[in-house]
Design a protein around this ligand. Sequence first.
Ligand SMILES: [Zn+2]
Length: 398
Amino acid sequence: MLKKCKICNLPETYETIEFDSMGICNICRQKEFKDGEIDWLHRKSQLDDLIEQYRGKFSYDCIVPFSGGKDSTFTLQYLIKEYKLKPLVVQFNHGFMRKGLIENNQRTFRKLGVDVISFTPNWKLIKRLMLESLVRKGDFCWHCHTGIYSYPMHVALQNQVPLIFWGEPSSEYTAYYDYRDDKIEEVDEDKFNRSTNLGITAEDMAGMISKDFDFDPRDLAPFMYPPLRNLKKLGYRSVCLGSYIPWDVKKQVSIIQQELGWKGDEVEGMPWNEYPYEKIECHLQGVRDYIKYLKRGYGRVTQMTALDLRNQRITHQKAQELIDEYEGKKPHSLTIFLEYLGITESEFNSIIEKTVVPPNIPNFNAEYSAKTSDFADWYRESGGDQGIQRKLIPIKPV
Ligand SMILES: [Zn+2]
């Protein structure tokens, strides 16, 4: 049995978790601080000052990196409605955007009247990066973590727009940053190297894949954080809106539903009635959550109910029922994922086995979760496209 927080039920295998003598976790303690002791009026006036410092002086007032999920959609809506800013929306397309998400995005962009830059990196390279990151870290999303955080910084430099607004602060869900420090979290190169890139730089990655994979070194540029001196010269600030206003996911979801007609979606392994708004951006989310369950013994249902338990919006009994019913099931997207990478399920299992966090013991024989209604639309690879195109290794003359 994993040890769990008395309030939110997060287990000891959760990243950055620590328990105090009462069995309460550090993330719950941060939440008490966020509610009780942060002077949110003061934070809001800091936001006013920050915005006035940059407003009207550049080709855009700010950049909003945008996935189309609930947090970036709310951030964009808030900056436009509350401050009448002219933002440049920057979207890094990880390659797995769902139909519902694309419709949400189009509606949001049109209703708000914004300029948008969207970037999609090389698919063949993405597949190779996913495999390398899966094998090394048991997390196939390196290209997505790094691309989402570095690409908008390149756009900031290219367009000379120094202010960048992210949404949710990481103090909401990890202890890498702490509300109690009473400092504004900077989404910068430090953070990128400490947690975002899983400890693998783009240069490292290039070295790792070069033995068997043909690519142009420039292909990795979008995943590389731009030089700090260039960002400093620009006078950049890269911050989370949630450092300045109290982040309340449920409330914000209802605002974007009303104002923008934003729609939630079914996500594999999630209770769709209770959590229709969480992580709808990617059709491989189910695989990601499944891997987390195998490694750490908890998944997204535990994470979502933890937030609600902390906010006293759900009972412990109801949370446990949802966890028991939904968590740890095998997603149908796993089949698609294995086709992309050209590996079998047992190869997948033995890769994950190596990254399991003790004392968790994984169960690889779970039943399948329900198929989402857009499953048939998810990109499938057939025949010769499946798997990764390896470099032909020249045979050395004898
Ligand atoms: Zn807790």
